[in-house]
Design a protein around this ligand. Sequence first.
Ligand SMILES: Cc1ncc(COP(=O)(O)O)c(C=O)c1O
Length: 364
Amino acid sequence: MSESLSYPDHILHLKPYVPGLPIEDLARRLGVEPSSIVKLASNENPQGASPRALAALAAARIDLSRYPDNDCTNLVGAISRRHDVPCDWVVCGAGSEAVIGNAVSTMLTTGRKTLYSQYSFQAYVGACQRVGATPIVVPSPAFAVDLGAMRAQLSNGVSLIYIANPGNPTGTAVDPDDLAAFVASVPQSVVVILDEAYFEYMPEAIRGDSIALVRKHPNLLVSRTFSKAYGLAGLRVGYGIAQAPLAEMLRRARAPFSVSESAQIAAEAALDDGEFIARTVQLNRECQKMLHAALDRLRINYLPSTTNFVLAEVGDGAALARRLERHSLIVRPVNSYGLPNWVRFSLGTVADTERLIHALTLTE
Ligand SMILES: Cc1ncc(COP(=O)(O)O)c(C=O)c1O
């Protein structure tokens, strides 16, 4: 007699996370060297990893037979000095995705509600679905988080609010004063996650001071990552900053040993690599300008980017992505965000950007 497995409803309805197409998959399909493929699909750093991180890894003597430091002591110390916050305000995770997921499993369970904007980062939405939480999704007709509409939902008994600033895949940012006023309006029993994965790329004028907000609000968690500007996406390391009582609950609820020793060593060194960050941001600005200008020329509508990717309205996004694959370019269709007419272009090197612009001109 065969009995079928019985899954909880919220698990049965999960959809898999859709990542960017791997370089090797396209290289195999086209019969070309992986090095000839340009991937502009996962918002990675086109200059590679922080040189300081690479040097620290090369010099480290890592004993792979040992578990890593569960408390990430040295990395936490470096982050606490960087932001001038106590060590017990810092929580590390295997990517900021893990820190955010950690906050989700701390605050949400079946029957609890979460509030977020339309077009929010898939991984957040997935994490909430995995715990069976009920979403309240605020429409975003202008592709930016509508803080007024979010505020109107606060009386709805939500436990966790998620705001990515800038958002992915939109690349739009909220006004720092509006954000500060919104956070101040949230009841202290409700946790707010402010996801700043792309913080380093934001123009200074619109950055705001999220760490100052954490000092004021015991219900705010700011998350940052080493995956983007620091170029360490493959190592999986990010962190959150929240006042000690919330940070302590996050530490209790997180998976043990999730940040490898390599990741801890590289991230600690990368944090001091100001020169690399400056170079990264400068290149990003240059390529952002190039791509914005080309999209203007090609009369392709796009959302002016505050980060390292641009969301453009191209007609059938998946079809354009397939056409670009023939030019050995990987870009990101965003159907899974309910945006079938758009694609997301990560900003690469100048040469990558020229290649993308050339291919876009040909595929017009
Ligand atoms: C808005 C946003 N938040 C968080 C992340 C997670 O990054 P990671 O887990 O690599 O730190 C990403 C990655 O693409 C992102 O776009």
